[in-house]
Design a protein. Structure first.
Length: 472
Protein backbone atom coordinates (compact mmCIF):
# COMPACT_ATOMS: atom_id res chain seq x y z
CA UNK A 1 0.00 0.00 0.00
CA UNK A 2 1.17 3.53 -0.78
CA UNK A 3 -0.54 6.54 0.74
CA UNK A 4 1.16 8.76 -1.82
CA UNK A 5 2.26 8.05 -5.36
CA UNK A 6 3.58 9.64 -8.53
CA UNK A 7 2.46 8.34 -11.92
CA UNK A 8 4.60 9.03 -14.97
CA UNK A 9 2.67 8.99 -18.24
CA UNK A 10 5.75 8.50 -20.41
CA UNK A 11 4.58 9.62 -23.85
CA UNK A 12 6.54 9.60 -27.08
CA UNK A 13 6.10 13.36 -27.56
CA UNK A 14 5.23 14.60 -24.07
CA UNK A 15 5.49 13.20 -20.56
CA UNK A 16 2.99 14.03 -17.84
CA UNK A 17 3.43 13.39 -14.12
CA UNK A 18 0.53 12.93 -11.72
CA UNK A 19 0.68 13.07 -7.92
CA UNK A 20 -1.61 11.87 -5.16
CA UNK A 21 -0.48 13.61 -1.97
CA UNK A 22 -2.49 11.38 0.37
CA UNK A 23 -5.23 8.73 0.05
CA UNK A 24 -8.14 11.20 0.06
CA UNK A 25 -6.57 14.10 -1.82
CA UNK A 26 -7.57 14.76 -5.41
CA UNK A 27 -4.93 13.65 -7.87
CA UNK A 28 -3.07 16.53 -9.47
CA UNK A 29 -0.57 17.15 -12.24
CA UNK A 30 2.97 18.36 -11.68
CA UNK A 31 3.14 21.67 -13.49
CA UNK A 32 5.85 23.00 -15.75
CA UNK A 33 6.35 26.58 -14.57
CA UNK A 34 8.31 27.81 -17.60
CA UNK A 35 5.88 26.93 -20.42
CA UNK A 36 4.16 29.81 -22.16
CA UNK A 37 0.87 31.00 -20.70
CA UNK A 38 -1.15 29.75 -23.70
CA UNK A 39 0.19 26.19 -23.48
CA UNK A 40 -0.57 23.22 -21.26
CA UNK A 41 1.80 23.69 -18.35
CA UNK A 42 1.98 20.01 -17.41
CA UNK A 43 3.20 18.67 -20.77
CA UNK A 44 6.94 18.00 -20.52
CA UNK A 45 8.70 17.34 -23.87
CA UNK A 46 10.02 13.77 -24.14
CA UNK A 47 12.31 14.62 -27.05
CA UNK A 48 15.98 13.88 -26.36
CA UNK A 49 18.51 16.32 -27.83
CA UNK A 50 22.05 15.05 -28.18
CA UNK A 51 24.29 18.11 -27.98
CA UNK A 52 27.56 17.38 -29.79
CA UNK A 53 28.58 21.04 -29.83
CA UNK A 54 30.05 20.56 -26.35
CA UNK A 55 32.82 18.24 -25.24
CA UNK A 56 31.95 15.75 -23.98
CA UNK A 57 28.60 15.47 -25.76
CA UNK A 58 25.56 15.47 -23.49
CA UNK A 59 21.86 14.65 -23.69
CA UNK A 60 19.43 17.47 -22.92
CA UNK A 61 15.72 17.39 -22.14
CA UNK A 62 12.84 19.54 -21.10
CA UNK A 63 11.45 23.02 -21.63
CA UNK A 64 14.89 24.54 -22.18
CA UNK A 65 15.10 22.66 -25.50
CA UNK A 66 11.82 24.07 -26.88
CA UNK A 67 13.71 26.56 -29.08
CA UNK A 68 16.31 24.08 -30.35
CA UNK A 69 16.57 23.35 -34.07
CA UNK A 70 18.44 20.57 -35.81
CA UNK A 71 22.02 21.41 -36.80
CA UNK A 72 25.04 23.03 -35.23
CA UNK A 73 25.76 19.87 -33.28
CA UNK A 74 22.16 19.45 -32.03
CA UNK A 75 20.59 16.09 -32.87
CA UNK A 76 16.93 15.45 -31.89
CA UNK A 77 15.48 12.00 -31.10
CA UNK A 78 11.71 12.36 -30.93
CA UNK A 79 10.30 8.83 -30.83
CA UNK A 80 12.95 6.82 -29.04
CA UNK A 81 10.37 5.27 -26.70
CA UNK A 82 9.22 2.86 -29.41
CA UNK A 83 12.57 1.03 -29.40
CA UNK A 84 12.05 0.07 -25.77
CA UNK A 85 9.07 -2.06 -26.76
CA UNK A 86 9.89 -2.97 -30.38
CA UNK A 87 11.65 -6.10 -31.56
CA UNK A 88 11.17 -7.92 -28.26
CA UNK A 89 8.77 -10.79 -27.74
CA UNK A 90 6.96 -11.11 -24.39
CA UNK A 91 9.25 -14.08 -23.64
CA UNK A 92 12.25 -11.75 -23.77
CA UNK A 93 13.58 -13.16 -27.04
CA UNK A 94 14.56 -10.76 -29.81
CA UNK A 95 12.20 -10.77 -32.75
CA UNK A 96 13.87 -11.98 -35.95
CA UNK A 97 14.46 -9.14 -38.44
CA UNK A 98 11.90 -9.16 -41.31
CA UNK A 99 14.56 -9.84 -43.97
CA UNK A 100 15.75 -12.93 -42.09
CA UNK A 101 12.15 -14.10 -41.72
CA UNK A 102 11.71 -13.81 -45.50
CA UNK A 103 14.96 -15.57 -46.35
CA UNK A 104 14.14 -18.48 -44.05
CA UNK A 105 10.46 -18.79 -44.97
CA UNK A 106 8.97 -21.75 -46.85
CA UNK A 107 7.11 -19.23 -49.04
CA UNK A 108 10.42 -17.96 -50.46
CA UNK A 109 11.59 -21.52 -51.11
CA UNK A 110 8.36 -22.26 -52.99
CA UNK A 111 8.60 -19.05 -55.00
CA UNK A 112 12.26 -19.71 -55.83
CA UNK A 113 11.47 -23.23 -57.04
CA UNK A 114 8.80 -21.80 -59.33
CA UNK A 115 11.47 -19.67 -61.01
CA UNK A 116 13.96 -22.53 -61.24
CA UNK A 117 16.18 -21.25 -58.40
CA UNK A 118 17.82 -24.18 -56.62
CA UNK A 119 17.89 -24.60 -52.80
CA UNK A 120 21.69 -24.19 -52.96
CA UNK A 121 21.32 -20.79 -54.62
CA UNK A 122 18.81 -19.69 -51.95
CA UNK A 123 21.27 -20.78 -49.23
CA UNK A 124 24.02 -18.82 -51.02
CA UNK A 125 21.75 -15.76 -51.01
CA UNK A 126 21.36 -16.09 -47.25
CA UNK A 127 25.14 -16.26 -46.83
CA UNK A 128 25.61 -13.16 -48.98
CA UNK A 129 23.11 -11.20 -46.88
CA UNK A 130 24.84 -12.31 -43.67
CA UNK A 131 28.27 -11.34 -45.05
CA UNK A 132 26.97 -7.95 -46.22
CA UNK A 133 25.45 -7.26 -42.83
CA UNK A 134 28.71 -8.14 -41.12
CA UNK A 135 30.76 -5.98 -43.47
CA UNK A 136 28.47 -3.01 -42.93
CA UNK A 137 28.62 -3.48 -39.19
CA UNK A 138 32.43 -3.43 -39.17
CA UNK A 139 32.98 -0.73 -41.79
CA UNK A 140 30.43 1.75 -40.52
CA UNK A 141 30.76 1.05 -36.83
CA UNK A 142 27.05 0.16 -36.75
CA UNK A 143 25.83 -2.97 -34.96
CA UNK A 144 24.86 -5.74 -37.36
CA UNK A 145 21.44 -5.78 -35.75
CA UNK A 146 20.51 -2.12 -36.15
CA UNK A 147 17.29 -2.61 -34.19
CA UNK A 148 19.27 -3.97 -31.24
CA UNK A 149 21.57 -0.96 -31.47
CA UNK A 150 18.64 1.43 -31.26
CA UNK A 151 17.21 -0.52 -28.32
CA UNK A 152 20.48 -0.14 -26.45
CA UNK A 153 20.54 3.57 -27.27
CA UNK A 154 16.93 3.98 -26.08
CA UNK A 155 17.71 2.20 -22.82
CA UNK A 156 20.52 4.67 -22.15
CA UNK A 157 18.27 7.59 -23.01
CA UNK A 158 15.62 6.26 -20.60
CA UNK A 159 18.09 6.38 -17.73
CA UNK A 160 19.20 9.91 -18.61
CA UNK A 161 15.63 11.08 -19.11
CA UNK A 162 14.25 9.70 -15.84
CA UNK A 163 17.23 11.09 -13.94
CA UNK A 164 16.60 14.54 -15.43
CA UNK A 165 12.84 14.18 -14.82
CA UNK A 166 13.39 13.29 -11.17
CA UNK A 167 15.33 16.49 -10.58
CA UNK A 168 12.69 18.49 -12.41
CA UNK A 169 9.79 16.93 -10.46
CA UNK A 170 11.54 17.20 -7.10
CA UNK A 171 12.14 20.90 -7.69
CA UNK A 172 8.51 21.44 -8.70
CA UNK A 173 7.32 19.55 -5.60
CA UNK A 174 9.62 21.33 -3.14
CA UNK A 175 6.62 23.15 -1.55
CA UNK A 176 5.43 19.77 -0.21
CA UNK A 177 8.22 19.94 2.36
CA UNK A 178 6.47 22.81 4.11
CA UNK A 179 3.56 20.41 4.71
CA UNK A 180 5.91 17.85 6.24
CA UNK A 181 6.08 15.62 3.15
CA UNK A 182 9.28 14.38 1.52
CA UNK A 183 8.73 14.15 -2.26
CA UNK A 184 11.90 12.08 -2.68
CA UNK A 185 10.31 9.25 -0.65
CA UNK A 186 7.06 9.12 -2.65
CA UNK A 187 6.97 5.97 -4.81
CA UNK A 188 6.32 6.04 -8.55
CA UNK A 189 4.53 3.95 -11.13
CA UNK A 190 4.85 4.31 -14.88
CA UNK A 191 2.17 3.81 -17.50
CA UNK A 192 2.92 1.60 -20.51
CA UNK A 193 1.27 1.27 -23.94
CA UNK A 194 -1.54 -1.10 -24.76
CA UNK A 195 0.75 -3.21 -26.93
CA UNK A 196 2.77 -4.00 -23.80
CA UNK A 197 -0.29 -4.94 -21.79
CA UNK A 198 -1.55 -8.29 -20.68
CA UNK A 199 -1.97 -10.31 -17.54
CA UNK A 200 1.17 -9.56 -15.58
CA UNK A 201 1.90 -6.42 -17.61
CA UNK A 202 5.15 -5.77 -15.75
CA UNK A 203 6.58 -9.06 -17.08
CA UNK A 204 7.06 -7.56 -20.55
CA UNK A 205 10.79 -6.89 -21.18
CA UNK A 206 10.09 -3.29 -22.19
CA UNK A 207 8.42 -2.67 -18.83
CA UNK A 208 11.50 -4.07 -17.12
CA UNK A 209 13.66 -1.59 -19.03
CA UNK A 210 11.54 1.31 -17.76
CA UNK A 211 11.41 0.20 -14.12
CA UNK A 212 15.17 -0.49 -14.14
CA UNK A 213 15.85 2.97 -15.60
CA UNK A 214 13.60 4.57 -12.99
CA UNK A 215 15.30 2.76 -10.12
CA UNK A 216 18.79 3.62 -11.37
CA UNK A 217 17.70 7.24 -11.72
CA UNK A 218 16.79 7.37 -8.02
CA UNK A 219 13.02 6.89 -8.13
CA UNK A 220 11.37 4.70 -5.47
CA UNK A 221 9.23 2.13 -7.27
CA UNK A 222 5.67 1.47 -6.12
CA UNK A 223 5.84 -1.66 -3.93
CA UNK A 224 2.92 -3.58 -5.47
CA UNK A 225 2.09 -2.02 -8.84
CA UNK A 226 5.01 -0.11 -10.41
CA UNK A 227 3.62 -0.50 -13.94
CA UNK A 228 0.12 0.25 -15.17
CA UNK A 229 -1.65 0.19 -18.51
CA UNK A 230 -1.96 3.61 -20.16
CA UNK A 231 -5.49 3.17 -21.56
CA UNK A 232 -6.94 1.75 -18.33
CA UNK A 233 -5.43 4.47 -16.15
CA UNK A 234 -6.66 7.04 -18.69
CA UNK A 235 -10.23 5.80 -18.35
CA UNK A 236 -10.09 5.77 -14.56
CA UNK A 237 -8.61 9.28 -14.52
CA UNK A 238 -11.35 10.69 -16.75
CA UNK A 239 -14.33 8.87 -15.19
CA UNK A 240 -13.30 9.71 -11.61
CA UNK A 241 -12.04 13.20 -12.55
CA UNK A 242 -9.12 12.55 -10.24
CA UNK A 243 -11.20 12.00 -7.10
CA UNK A 244 -9.93 9.70 -4.34
CA UNK A 245 -12.50 8.90 -1.65
CA UNK A 246 -12.20 6.55 1.34
CA UNK A 247 -14.70 5.60 4.03
CA UNK A 248 -13.94 6.15 7.72
CA UNK A 249 -12.71 2.54 7.67
CA UNK A 250 -10.32 3.47 4.82
CA UNK A 251 -12.14 1.59 2.08
CA UNK A 252 -12.53 2.90 -1.47
CA UNK A 253 -15.87 4.60 -2.04
CA UNK A 254 -16.54 3.95 -5.71
CA UNK A 255 -19.93 5.66 -5.75
CA UNK A 256 -18.37 8.93 -4.69
CA UNK A 257 -15.29 8.54 -6.88
CA UNK A 258 -17.40 7.90 -10.01
CA UNK A 259 -20.16 10.30 -8.86
CA UNK A 260 -22.78 7.55 -9.14
CA UNK A 261 -22.06 7.35 -12.86
CA UNK A 262 -23.20 4.55 -15.18
CA UNK A 263 -20.28 2.32 -14.16
CA UNK A 264 -21.79 2.06 -10.67
CA UNK A 265 -25.19 0.71 -11.77
CA UNK A 266 -24.16 -2.90 -12.51
CA UNK A 267 -22.45 -2.98 -9.12
CA UNK A 268 -25.49 -1.64 -7.26
CA UNK A 269 -28.26 -3.28 -9.33
CA UNK A 270 -26.85 -6.13 -11.45
CA UNK A 271 -30.33 -7.56 -12.05
CA UNK A 272 -31.53 -4.54 -14.04
CA UNK A 273 -28.16 -3.36 -15.32
CA UNK A 274 -26.27 -6.54 -16.19
CA UNK A 275 -23.25 -4.95 -17.87
CA UNK A 276 -21.45 -1.68 -18.60
CA UNK A 277 -18.75 -0.77 -21.09
CA UNK A 278 -16.48 2.24 -21.36
CA UNK A 279 -14.69 2.83 -24.63
CA UNK A 280 -11.64 5.05 -24.89
CA UNK A 281 -9.84 6.26 -28.01
CA UNK A 282 -6.60 8.04 -27.17
CA UNK A 283 -4.81 9.59 -30.18
CA UNK A 284 -1.23 10.53 -29.38
CA UNK A 285 1.74 11.69 -31.39
CA UNK A 286 2.74 8.28 -32.74
CA UNK A 287 0.00 5.81 -31.78
CA UNK A 288 -3.74 5.52 -31.32
CA UNK A 289 -4.67 3.44 -28.27
CA UNK A 290 -8.05 1.77 -27.91
CA UNK A 291 -9.62 0.44 -24.73
CA UNK A 292 -12.88 -1.36 -24.04
CA UNK A 293 -13.49 -1.83 -20.32
CA UNK A 294 -16.47 -4.11 -19.70
CA UNK A 295 -17.96 -4.53 -16.24
CA UNK A 296 -20.13 -7.64 -16.03
CA UNK A 297 -20.90 -8.87 -12.49
CA UNK A 298 -22.83 -11.84 -13.88
CA UNK A 299 -26.08 -10.82 -12.22
CA UNK A 300 -24.64 -10.87 -8.70
CA UNK A 301 -23.20 -8.38 -6.24
CA UNK A 302 -19.40 -8.30 -6.21
CA UNK A 303 -17.10 -6.96 -3.51
CA UNK A 304 -14.12 -6.31 -5.77
CA UNK A 305 -15.04 -4.46 -9.02
CA UNK A 306 -11.83 -5.40 -10.85
CA UNK A 307 -12.82 -9.07 -10.55
CA UNK A 308 -15.85 -8.37 -12.74
CA UNK A 309 -13.92 -6.29 -15.27
CA UNK A 310 -12.45 -7.39 -18.56
CA UNK A 311 -10.24 -5.04 -20.50
CA UNK A 312 -9.52 -5.28 -24.19
CA UNK A 313 -6.76 -3.02 -25.49
CA UNK A 314 -5.13 -2.39 -28.82
CA UNK A 315 -2.59 0.07 -30.20
CA UNK A 316 -1.91 1.01 -33.82
CA UNK A 317 1.05 3.05 -35.14
CA UNK A 318 -1.11 5.96 -36.27
CA UNK A 319 -0.88 9.35 -34.63
CA UNK A 320 -0.55 13.09 -35.15
CA UNK A 321 2.95 12.66 -36.57
CA UNK A 322 1.38 10.70 -39.45
CA UNK A 323 -0.79 13.73 -40.14
CA UNK A 324 2.38 15.86 -40.05
CA UNK A 325 3.92 13.66 -42.75
CA UNK A 326 0.80 13.86 -44.90
CA UNK A 327 0.79 17.65 -44.57
CA UNK A 328 4.48 17.94 -45.46
CA UNK A 329 3.83 16.00 -48.66
CA UNK A 330 0.90 18.29 -49.56
CA UNK A 331 2.68 21.61 -48.94
CA UNK A 332 4.89 23.45 -51.44
CA UNK A 333 8.60 22.52 -51.09
CA UNK A 334 9.65 25.83 -49.54
CA UNK A 335 7.01 25.57 -46.81
CA UNK A 336 7.55 21.88 -46.04
CA UNK A 337 11.29 22.55 -46.04
CA UNK A 338 10.90 25.28 -43.44
CA UNK A 339 8.83 23.01 -41.21
CA UNK A 340 11.28 20.12 -41.53
CA UNK A 341 14.57 22.00 -41.25
CA UNK A 342 13.98 25.33 -39.51
CA UNK A 343 10.85 25.14 -37.35
CA UNK A 344 11.42 24.70 -33.63
CA UNK A 345 9.31 22.28 -31.58
CA UNK A 346 7.37 25.25 -30.26
CA UNK A 347 6.71 26.41 -33.86
CA UNK A 348 5.29 22.97 -34.69
CA UNK A 349 2.89 23.20 -31.75
CA UNK A 350 1.66 26.61 -32.95
CA UNK A 351 1.36 25.32 -36.53
CA UNK A 352 -0.73 22.32 -35.49
CA UNK A 353 -3.06 24.50 -33.41
CA UNK A 354 -3.66 26.82 -36.36
CA UNK A 355 -3.66 24.41 -39.32
CA UNK A 356 -5.29 21.32 -37.77
CA UNK A 357 -7.51 22.61 -34.97
CA UNK A 358 -8.65 26.00 -36.30
CA UNK A 359 -8.07 25.23 -40.02
CA UNK A 360 -6.39 28.61 -40.40
CA UNK A 361 -3.09 29.61 -42.04
CA UNK A 362 -0.01 29.70 -39.84
CA UNK A 363 1.96 32.87 -40.43
CA UNK A 364 5.76 32.79 -40.61
CA UNK A 365 8.27 35.47 -41.52
CA UNK A 366 10.41 33.09 -43.57
CA UNK A 367 7.87 30.86 -45.37
CA UNK A 368 4.76 33.06 -45.46
CA UNK A 369 1.28 31.70 -44.67
CA UNK A 370 1.31 27.92 -44.29
CA UNK A 371 -1.87 25.87 -44.43
CA UNK A 372 -5.44 27.05 -44.36
CA UNK A 373 -8.36 25.64 -46.42
CA UNK A 374 -5.95 23.77 -48.72
CA UNK A 375 -5.08 21.40 -45.86
CA UNK A 376 -8.68 20.54 -44.96
CA UNK A 377 -8.76 17.48 -47.29
CA UNK A 378 -5.55 16.21 -45.69
CA UNK A 379 -7.02 16.50 -42.19
CA UNK A 380 -10.20 14.75 -43.39
CA UNK A 381 -8.12 11.95 -44.90
CA UNK A 382 -6.27 11.43 -41.62
CA UNK A 383 -9.57 11.46 -39.69
CA UNK A 384 -10.85 8.79 -42.06
CA UNK A 385 -7.83 6.58 -41.41
CA UNK A 386 -8.39 6.84 -37.64
CA UNK A 387 -12.11 6.13 -38.08
CA UNK A 388 -11.30 2.97 -40.05
CA UNK A 389 -9.16 1.74 -37.14
CA UNK A 390 -12.06 2.48 -34.78
CA UNK A 391 -14.34 0.31 -36.91
CA UNK A 392 -11.88 -2.58 -36.79
CA UNK A 393 -11.48 -2.38 -33.02
CA UNK A 394 -15.17 -2.40 -32.13
CA UNK A 395 -16.26 -4.86 -34.82
CA UNK A 396 -16.53 -8.02 -32.70
CA UNK A 397 -17.65 -6.53 -29.38
CA UNK A 398 -21.45 -6.53 -29.05
CA UNK A 399 -23.13 -3.47 -27.51
CA UNK A 400 -24.28 -3.53 -23.91
CA UNK A 401 -27.07 -1.61 -22.22
CA UNK A 402 -24.83 1.01 -20.60
CA UNK A 403 -21.99 2.53 -22.61
CA UNK A 404 -19.76 5.58 -22.39
CA UNK A 405 -17.15 6.87 -24.84
CA UNK A 406 -14.06 8.86 -23.87
CA UNK A 407 -11.92 10.66 -26.44
CA UNK A 408 -8.51 11.85 -25.27
CA UNK A 409 -5.05 12.70 -26.56
CA UNK A 410 -3.79 15.54 -28.71
CA UNK A 411 -5.25 14.02 -31.86
CA UNK A 412 -8.78 14.23 -30.48
CA UNK A 413 -8.29 17.96 -29.93
CA UNK A 414 -8.55 18.25 -33.75
CA UNK A 415 -12.31 18.83 -34.28
CA UNK A 416 -12.60 16.89 -37.55
CA UNK A 417 -10.85 13.87 -36.02
CA UNK A 418 -12.87 13.93 -32.80
CA UNK A 419 -16.15 14.17 -34.73
CA UNK A 420 -15.31 11.27 -37.05
CA UNK A 421 -14.19 9.08 -34.15
CA UNK A 422 -17.36 9.81 -32.15
CA UNK A 423 -19.58 9.11 -35.18
CA UNK A 424 -17.80 5.85 -35.95
CA UNK A 425 -17.70 4.52 -32.40
CA UNK A 426 -21.38 5.23 -31.70
CA UNK A 427 -22.90 4.33 -35.10
CA UNK A 428 -25.23 1.34 -34.74
CA UNK A 429 -23.63 0.36 -31.44
CA UNK A 430 -26.57 0.75 -29.11
CA UNK A 431 -27.31 3.49 -26.63
CA UNK A 432 -24.56 5.67 -25.18
CA UNK A 433 -25.07 7.45 -21.85
CA UNK A 434 -22.24 9.90 -22.41
CA UNK A 435 -19.63 10.82 -24.97
CA UNK A 436 -16.78 12.78 -23.43
CA UNK A 437 -14.79 14.76 -25.98
CA UNK A 438 -12.52 17.83 -25.91
CA UNK A 439 -14.71 19.96 -28.20
CA UNK A 440 -16.73 22.94 -26.97
CA UNK A 441 -20.47 22.64 -26.56
CA UNK A 442 -22.52 19.52 -25.99
CA UNK A 443 -25.97 18.13 -25.35
CA UNK A 444 -27.57 15.54 -23.08
CA UNK A 445 -25.17 12.85 -24.32
CA UNK A 446 -22.10 14.70 -25.54
CA UNK A 447 -20.15 16.35 -22.77
CA UNK A 448 -17.08 18.47 -23.07
CA UNK A 449 -14.02 16.89 -21.53
CA UNK A 450 -12.48 19.99 -20.08
CA UNK A 451 -9.59 20.95 -17.86
CA UNK A 452 -6.47 18.83 -18.09
CA UNK A 453 -8.23 15.54 -18.82
CA UNK A 454 -7.82 15.34 -22.62
CA UNK A 455 -4.04 15.21 -22.20
CA UNK A 456 -3.52 14.46 -18.51
CA UNK A 457 -6.05 11.70 -17.81
CA UNK A 458 -3.50 8.87 -17.76
CA UNK A 459 -1.16 10.54 -15.27
CA UNK A 460 -4.10 11.40 -13.02
CA UNK A 461 -5.72 7.98 -13.26
CA UNK A 462 -2.45 6.20 -12.55
CA UNK A 463 -2.35 7.77 -9.09
CA UNK A 464 -5.89 6.69 -8.18
CA UNK A 465 -6.61 4.73 -5.01
CA UNK A 466 -8.63 2.52 -7.35
CA UNK A 467 -5.33 0.76 -8.03
CA UNK A 468 -4.39 0.35 -4.35
CA UNK A 469 -5.63 -3.11 -3.31
CA UNK A 470 -5.13 -2.37 0.39
CA UNK A 471 -8.02 0.10 0.23
CA UNK A 472 -10.41 -2.26 -1.60
Amino acid sequence: MSERVFCIDFGSAFTKVGLRRDPTAASDLVNNPVRRADELDFCIPSVAWVNRAVNPARVEFGPATANYTRGGGLEPHSNWKRYIFSGVRPSGELAQPPLDQLLGSPQLATLAAGFGVTPGQVAHLRELVAQARGLLGVAAGVPADREAGWRTFAQKLAHHFFRWLRGYVMEACAPLRSAGLNPEAIPVRVSVPAFAHGRGVDAHPGCGVLTDALARAGWVLHPTRPVISEPLSNLIGVLTEGRNVLSPKRRVQLRSMFQNGPIIRPLADPEHYPAYRAWCVDIGAFTTDFTALTLDPGGRMVAEPEEAMTVRQHSVPLGVRNLDEMVLEALPPEQSGWLKDTARPIDWEDFRAAAYTRLQPFRTAQAGRIGGPALEPVVRDFAGRVAAECDRFRADLPPVKLQELVLTGGGNCIPEVSRRVAETMTAGAGEFCHVYWPLPGGDGVRRRLGGNFPRGGTALGGTSVFFEPAYA
